[in-house]
Ligand binder design. Structure first.
Ligand code: HEM
Length: 176
């Protein structure tokens, strides 16, 4: 997976919990020296199992559940990290709904020219006018992170929305 994910996690932990906690997470996840150096570069390749292990260790070291880690990650990505690094992409959207519905296209487009990227894909199905069922398609199984990011999009636009994991591939989002 691309280093942009681990870079965001590093930034989140260092700014909210302190650099020593990030070091403790790297120890717990047994991250080697070379990967420690590389994981702050957005387009570098970080082994998928290593990236997953770092997120797991984040919960262990900070005493958070996987859902709490995902929610903190999603909020930091959407409200702090992406507005700095990907402001031109964020500027394309005027509402949480637009941004969530635009994410399948954005992931395909923005990773098209990045070697080794295998972005998640999303299918959208409206259950009623406020309720969207998203099918999350990725071999990485990071549906909790997906849900956290959806909540982060709501915070970014300051819009009330709820997101509930239905199973490992589906999330129900209720707008308004
Ligand atoms: C400015 C906005 C965004 C950009 C530029 C972006 C870009 C990326 C990139 C480059 C990756 C790594 C892909 C790879 O290594 O193959 C990724 C992963 C991911 N993105 Fe985004 N993303 C954005 C916002 C979002 C949002 C808002 C969501 C959900 C609502 C989302 C869901 C995910 C998930 C779940 C992953 C983890 C990888 C996986 O599940 O396979 N992203 N994104």
């Amino acid at each position: 997976m691309k280093g942009t994910i681990t870079r965001c996690a590093k930034e989140l932990v260092e700014s909210q919990f302190g650099p020593e906690q990030w070091q403790a997470i790297l120890e717990d996840a047994q991250v080697d020296e070379e990967t420690r150096y590389r994981l702050a570069y957005p387009t570098t390749d970080i082994d998928d199992s290593m990236a997953t292990e770092i997120l797991r260790s984040t919960g262990t070291v900070l005493g958070l559940t996987p859902e709490q880690v995902a929610d903190a990650f999603g909020e930091h990505w959407c409200c702090v990290y992406a507005p700095k690094i990907y402001s031109s992409i964020i500027a394309k959207f005027n509402s949480a709904k637009e941004m969530i519905l635009g994410m399948d296209r954005i992931h395909v487009q923005m990773t098209a020219t990045i070697r080794n990227a295998r972005p998640p894909r999303f299918d959208y199905q409206w259950k009623d006018e406020r309720t969207l069922i998203v099918t999350y398609k990725s071999f990485r199984g990071m549906v909790d992170i997906y849900r956290g990011l959806v909540l982060g999009v709501g915070k970014l636009f300051n819009e009330p929305l709820r997101a509930r994991k239905l199973d490992n591939t589906q999330v129900e989002i209720v707008f308004g």
